[in-house]
Design a protein around this ligand. Sequence first.
Ligand code: CP
Ligand code: NVA
Length: 304
Amino acid sequence: MNKDFLCLTDWARADLDALFALARDLKARHKRGEPHRLLAGKTLGMIFEKSSTRTRVSFEAGMVHLGGHALFLAPGNTQMGRGEPIKDTARCLARYVDGVMIRTFSQQIVEEFASYCDVPVINGLTDSYHPCQVMADLLTVIEHKGGYEGLCFCWIGDGNNMANSWINAAAVLGFELHVATPQGYEPDAGVRERAARMGARVLYTNDIMAAARGADVLNTDVWASMGQEAEQQAREKAFQGFQINMDVVRAAAPECIVMHCLPAHRDEEITDEVMESSHSVIYDEAENRLHVQKAIMATLMGGK
Ligand code: CP
Ligand code: NVA
């Protein structure tokens, strides 16, 4: 097992399956109102260089459930925002806290931070990956479909951090994945090559209906991610036709489930109708951030 949770391909299938099992156990205990203070007295530092609703609240609430405490660290209020080197921040924080969660821009920042930090580091989203979200999504699929094996997953929209993490998950866990993006917005070439070397079964296409046909799980995300706000208008043009609407849902398997990591732009990448339909498991996904991250923290921070 890895010291950190930075990228899904750093983890073995058996270890990810163990995280899903622990997440389900912790969720059941939480629902029964049973104490599960696996990290009593422990502290998590949370560095946010981008905005967040779900990630911040689920990590902070999760630490309280586990008997610990979480600290919100915004660059504007710390020396990081004034240019203190990552390696100094990482080495000092490791002397105070038992784990660090980071949301930032480049994946290199979290990699460098983790290499200088003696305590576990968890990736709370970078421009390249969003591994905690895909773990929550897979936990939701397991709950609704009884497992992920034998299912066909479909990604529609931008080849962004979420798409990259889905490709990583397909490489580690072995399920079939269809990825439909507009031309020029395909997922990272390095991510695709690594997945191919790992034997991943991924179809890349610019044809949204070909990708959706028969899929058990439909998934999408905003067209312009955090940091790409200036590209919003150009992207709106480029992504025309890459919307999950009821026609796309009807092309998928009859009992298909629809996912979105949120926040969503309703009637842009996904229609309001689909989000409110019986196919949507979007709020279960949001809830499962809490349970899966508690499993990740308990495992990495020594409480299990
Ligand atoms: N899905 C997700 O990471 O949401 P936030 O940006 O609100 O944390
Ligand atoms: N791709 C989105 C995900 C937000 C949770 C972004 O990076 O902004």
